[in-house]
Design a protein around this ligand. Structure first.
Ligand SMILES: [Zn+2]
Length: 419
């Protein structure tokens, strides 16, 4: 789309009310919706591209060479475990669709949805009741899975069983690795995307929600909508040049709030809320989910404690060995401070667990010549054997150099503003 005159052509005004009138007058028959991560954040889908989430902390423990390796097909071939750890967290069924997902279903029920293009892999649109043939998952999703060698499809329930058990599924036919059909770095976008990407040119209304529109070729979809066909952007900020067209409408802010505003203007709000209410999990399902969540947390904590116990034990043994040497050979005394330095450096709650153990293991000679047995030496350790890096696993490991957002690697170039 090029430069546009400022007065609208199709809409009376570039407002939500005017757009709602256009919709309810029955003008649009083919609505194309384009969405990104922003429509799923209120569902609680963890932002796995952010290094600050617990998810990344978990991945860091799995010795990833770099954060994005989890979605790298050649790394997956070597080590599929980090991906399946992530899959365990993200697998559909753990999150409730948002009212924005239900709005897309409402458009379908009213016979208005031509296609929903999404960058999301979470399947929440499917869970909200949007049929699979009305969805183009541009970056793939958890909806299907297949062998990465012979491409044979793999049964969904089998995959779910493996994801739940945190085990790695293998192809029944060739024993190759099985992977959900999420687009990894080094893989093509799904054929469905290329087969359907012309559809926006047929649309009489385009609704873009919760996407920064920076990842190509997805980002170019809104520019295929023909002139004088309205485009609505519901997003935290203006993106993709939307707003410069004569019939562009902006609803800046939260997606769910924007969708409610549009539905209210159309007189559909009650219907939408009822539709969304159907996606609420039953009390029993919610109880089960919470139990599983607690169980996972317990397991993770137990793993961490086991690991630290082992490390502290190893250090204590080393310390005892040093003490023997100090006693017998009069080696420099600072060597024996290692165990207490270790305990001090551990997370406060975990170090408390080990405090007694550490005290028992420390040298009586040290306490007698002035050092407080409960206090670790300050500053740099005089640990001739190393800097205790092995102890500070979660702190020292470069928690993934994730300056580059994951799917960004598909970026072919910067979007051009149309204005
Ligand atoms: Zn196979």
């Amino acid at each position: 789309m090029g430069q546009h005159e400022s007065s609208p052509g199709t809409l009376a005004e570039r407002t939500v009310e005017s757009l709602a009138k256009y919709i309810t007058n029955g003008k649009p028959k083919k609505i194309v919706v384009m969405t990104g991560a922003g429509i799923s954040t209120s569902a609680g889908i963890p932002d796995f591209r952010s290094p600050d989430t617990g998810l990344y902390a978990n991945l860091a423990r799995l010795n990833l060479p770099y954060a994005e390796a989890v979605f790298d097909i050649s790394y997956f071939r070597q080590n599929p475990e980090p991906f399946y750890t992530l899959a365990h967290e993200l697998y559909p069924g753990k999150f409730r669709p948002t009212i924005t997902h239900s709005f897309i279903r409402l458009l379908h029920e009213k016979g208005l949805l031509l296609m929903h293009f999404t960058q999301n892999i979470d399947c929440l649109d499917r869970e909200a009741g949007v049929p699979g043939d009305k969805i183009v998952e541009a970056h793939g999703s958890f909806a299907r899975q297949s062998c990465i060698d012979c491409s044979r499809p793999y049964p969904q329930d089998e995959l779910k069983r493996h994801v739940d058990a945190k085990s790695i599924p293998r192809c029944d036919h060739c024993k190759g690795l099985v992977k959900p059909e999420i687009v990894f770095f080094g893989e093509q976008l799904p054929a469905e995307f290329f087969k359907n990407k012309w559809l926006p040119s047929q649309a009489d209304l385009c609704i873009v929600m919760g996407t920064s529109l920076t990842v190509h070729p997805f980002a170019s979809l809104p520019s295929m909508v023909r002139e004088h066909r309205p485009r609505l952007l519901i997003n935290k900020e203006r993106v993709g040049g939307i707003g410069s067209g004569p019939d562009d409408v902006l609803l800046l802010g939260d997606c769910d709030a924007g969708v409610r505003k549009l539905a209210a203007a159309c007189g559909w709000l009650d219907e939408l809320e009822k539709l969304w209410a159907k996606t609420a999990p039953s009390a029993a399902a919610e109880f089960k989910r919470r139990q599983e969540e607690l169980w996972d947390k317990d397991e993770a904590l137990e793993d961490e404690i086991d690991k630290l116990t082992k490390e502290v034990d190893e250090t204590l043994n080393l310390s005892k060995w040093h003490e023997e040497r100090v006693r017998n050979e009069k080696l420099p005394r600072e060597c024996s401070g290692v165990a207490r330095a270790t305990a001090k450096a551990l997370e406060p709650n975990l170090s408390r667990l080990y405090e007694d153990k550490i005290r028992n293991g420390s040298s009586p000679r040290e306490s007698s010549d002035g050092a407080n047995p409960g206090e670790a030496p300050r500053g740099r350790h005089e640990d001739a054997g190393g800097n205790l890096d092995h102890v500070f696993v979660s702190k020292n490991r470069d928690v993934a150099s994730s300056d580059t957002p994951v799917v960004q690697q598909h970026t072919e170039g910067k979007r051009k503003d149309e204005s």
